[in-house]
Design a protein around this ligand. Structure first.
Ligand code: PGA
Length: 253
């Protein structure tokens, strides 16, 4: 079941999601937390770091599994996801770097690295709380339209729209064309999922994700199969959500 909470601004949607993570850490300091990258996550990570300081809640015993990596982008590249996580979150909170994981898009054998990542998640006892963004084409992590909803961590070809969006950040170099990503099936195994979306350019993807039935053309619609999903939206991203179905600012779909 997907519950939807709508907030006036992106900052408030991110703060609501961050406070769920802090609650999770308070209940279980060794929380296994799935995190994401992307523009939306900047405000979310800032909110997490703020709450970490103001509430005095520690990440030291938590384990962190990131959703995905670009293939062929080294860790020290300005656009690398490892660097993004360091700069937007890990340097601002007390995570133990030994307990932070990301699929290795620089591995010589990407298929082996993908299988190893699924095994690492299982060995950690599975993900307690997974944070997701959503692409304009409704991708979750780098599972593009057409991905099966049962997929495991895998190497994927990025959609033309995804490559185009990344091109500006990577210019003048060519943007990556492949990703190494947790599969949709892997994501659905998380015990709880919170998807954060803000801005008008996400409203269509959000509305499609909520429209039954789940379809492989809309990766985020797979979340309808999960029993505990919360969408934290700002009002712009929630614009296409059918309020007759959701019935108010916090409602179930
Ligand atoms: P964005 O990316 O936050 O940069 O829009 C989200 C995503 O593609 O999952």
């Amino acid at each position: 079941m997907i519950r939807v909470s709508v907030h006036p601004t992106a900052e408030e949607a991110c703060a609501a999601a961050a406070s769920e993570v802090i609650k999770g850490l308070r209940t279980k300091p060794e929380l296994v937390l799935g995190l994401a990258t992307g523009g939306t996550m900047r405000a979310f990570h800032a909110a997490l770091a703020r709450l970490h300081r103001s509430e005095g809640v520690s990440f030291a015993r938590a384990m962190i599994f990131n959703l995905d990596d670009h293939v062929g982008v080294p860790a020290d590249h300005p656009q690398s996801f490892r660097r993004f996580m360091r700069e937007t979150l890990f340097d601002l909170v007390d995570v133990d770097p030994e307990r932070c994981f990301m699929p290795d898009g620089m591995a010589n054998n990407l298929e082996a690295a993908a299988a190893a990542y699924d095994r690492q998640i299982s060995a950690a006892g599975g993900i307690d709380l997974q944070i997701l963004g959503i692409g304009r084409n409704a991708h979750i992590a780098y599972n593009e339209p057409g991905s099966t909803h049962e997929s495991r961590t895998q190497v994927v070809a990025l959609a033309p729209q995804t490559i185009k969006l990344a091109a500006r950040a990577f210019a003048p170099a060519a943007p990556p064309r492949r990703g190494l990503t947790m599969g949709i099936g892997t994501i659905l195994e998380a015990r709880r999922i919170i998807l954060i979306a803000s801005g008008t350019d996400k409203k269509q993807a959000v509305a499609r994700a909520l429209a039954a039935p789940p379809r492989t053309s809309c990766p985020a619609s797979a979340l309808q199969r999960h029993r505990d999903v919360l969408f934290c939206l700002d009002s712009a991203a929630a614009f296409g959500v059918d309020r007759r179905t959701t019935g108010g600012p916090t409602a179930s779909v």
